[in-house]
Design a protein. Structure first.
Length: 219
């Protein structure tokens, strides 16, 4: 459920193991609350037949909010630079647990920035505008853009909701802007050409959104 990045670009490891790799760096704390996902992206690690569960975010069962809080209390907060809710699933499929987790972090560790990694389909999943739920508890929303057209997006993500998913994701990003200080759309360099990346950049500029090109991670 919780792992630590040993350093920028480093592997995800439990805290005691990460200290052995790097005893000085601050770490991101990654929290997974579900393996469920409403996308089936062609480049996702979920496509692998086997995953190293001892050093990954894969869950054997979905944790309750009490279990999440218990694990968070154990974290070495003097070494945490950011809390990231992410993982092999889509966090907004468990909105109650997601919001409770972020509130718990902000209530008890208010100086630690929070980030949500999401596919941006939470409003389709929950059948409502969910952006206001994140007011004052989320610092960064990192939303997977993935493509410059709805058709390419659907081909890459195989989103459960079909062709409307693309516009819904972009609308969600715009909804988040009044409530979350940093809203970033991301694309993976591994599956996108320079031309496609530039098209995505233009889409973000037209909607006053930020774009980040992220490196593909296969471990």
């Amino acid at each position: 459920m919780i792992v630590y990045a040993t350093h920028k670009g480093g592997k995800y490891l439990p805290f005691d193991q990460s200290l052995k790799v790097d005893n000085s760096s601050m770490r991101n704390l990654y929290v997974n609350i579900t393996n469920q996902c409403n996308c089936d992206c062609v480049f996702c690690l979920r496509q692998k037949k086997q995953m190293a569960r001892e050093s990954s975010l894969w869950l054997e069962k979905e944790p309750s909010i009490d279990e999440i809080k218990t694990e968070l209390v154990k974290a070495p907060w003097n070494l945490i630079k950011e809390v990231v809710v992410c993982g092999f699933g889509e966090p907004t499929l468990r909105m109650n647990e997601l919001i409770s987790t972020l509130k718990f972090v902000k209530s008890n560790y208010s100086n630690i920035p929070t980030r949500l990694n999401t596919n941006g389909l939470g409003e389709l999943a929950n059948c409502r505008n969910i952006a206001a739920d994140f007011k004052d508890i989320l610092d960064t929303a990192s939303i997977s853009l993935n493509a410059s057209t709805a058709e390419r997006y659907l081909k890459l993500t195989r989103a459960k909701y079909g062709i409307e998913s693309y516009e819904a994701m972009l609308t969600f990003a715009e909804h988040m802007k009044p409530y979350v200080p940093n809203v970033v759309l991301t694309i993976v360099d591994h599956v996108n050409s320079e031309e496609e990346i530039e098209k995505c950049r233009q889409i973000c500029e037209s909607r006053n959104l930020n774009l980040r090109v992220r490196a593909y991670e296969d471990n």
